[in-house]
Design a protein around this ligand. Sequence first.
Ligand SMILES: *Cc1c(COP(=O)(O)O)cnc(C)c1O
Length: 433
Amino acid sequence: MTRPQAAERRELVLRAAVRARLLDPEDALLAAFVDLDAVAANVAALHRAFPDGVDVLHTFAAKANCLVPVLERLRGHGMGCEVASPGELAQALAAGFAPDRIVLDSPAKTRRELRHALDLGVAVNADNLQELSRIDALLDDRGSRSRIGVRLNPQVGSGSIGATSTATATSKFGIPLADPGNAELLLRAYRDRPWLTWVHVHVGSQGCTLDLMAEGVARAVAFAEQVDSAAGRRQVVGIDIGGGLPVDFTGDTADPGFDAYVDRLRARAPVLFDGGYRVITEFGRALLAKSGFTAAFVEYTKTSGGRRIAVTHAGAQVAARTVFMPDAWPLRISAHGPTGAAKEGEPTVQDVAGPCCFSGDLVARARPLPLLEPGDIVALLDTGAYYATTPFGYNSLPEPAVHGVTVGADGTVRFEVLRPAQTVEDLLARTGG
Ligand SMILES: *Cc1c(COP(=O)(O)O)cnc(C)c1O
């Protein structure tokens, strides 16, 4: 049911976008769209997945889509925000998040960043023991309302994508729990700091199984219980379980979904649901990826050594991971005619290339699609997170506009600008011109 529905909805949006000239073969060659209705539905599904008896703050990982109007929407849907840099913190504050609904997680926080977060009352998860000593020094002369935790590396191993697995034995993130002596060191760190009241884990992003993620959370919960039993009281008040729910890039249904993850957590870390600990989540991709697509015009088509290639305006500048790691980050692509209508025709194997001047700039290889022609439109599906809003600078290509979309009950499509397209003047100014 969802497959044709989602495809029909995309077609409706694309047709409306062409009519509104948000996609134009001269003036708007490339644009990204975020379905705000779908985002609202995803956030509602996340809220429903956790039982009422658990005090949970769902934060959105700003790096997945850092546009302030997107963050504002998410705040309106009752979310907090997870940030990992001064820029993301500024975006979260600009979006109106109260400091106590923001969590700061970067592995490289400077003293000044820490001071700023502690002064504001933003929650902080320390990545390592050196950072903890910096926090000691800062708290000595100011005190803070911030919730403070430590990021543990539960060392549960890698998912299928090494580059986004964060809980391997040798990960750069957090304090490795199983390294010799670390458990004792950590227990002492909590014993010596009564203000250390949270435990944080984030096992990875994409490519991790639910079991791997749940196992990481279970180890964090077990550690929290150890701290509490050593303290003889509930010192750890909450567990930040991170994000990382994988997204299925092969179809239109959101699989596995938050419910399935919560089921797995219930099985592996039941203590999380007995109401004793508060919970924070930090999902990014699972909330936004499937709610967005990126559309680009086909400029030329050619055959080279027997290989059919469509040269489009979407390449590495908006799909860096797919271009540089095509096996780990394949994208579905749909073909449309110049009006946005779905293109019919015999599937023909072709490559879909981008505009960048390097030969690996391909968003799909040997993909069976109706034969693309100049003036057609390709849509890169499931790109609402970590794509157009995580640009790769190359050939001074401008960052495209990002449009929010809502569809009324009568099928009326409404657009709002979430980010205007970068102009050549903007680019020139950025490059000292
Ligand atoms: C990237 C990240 C997230 C979000 O990961 P998703 O895969 O987008 O859900 C959450 N927490 C931390 C610490 C992260 O680095």
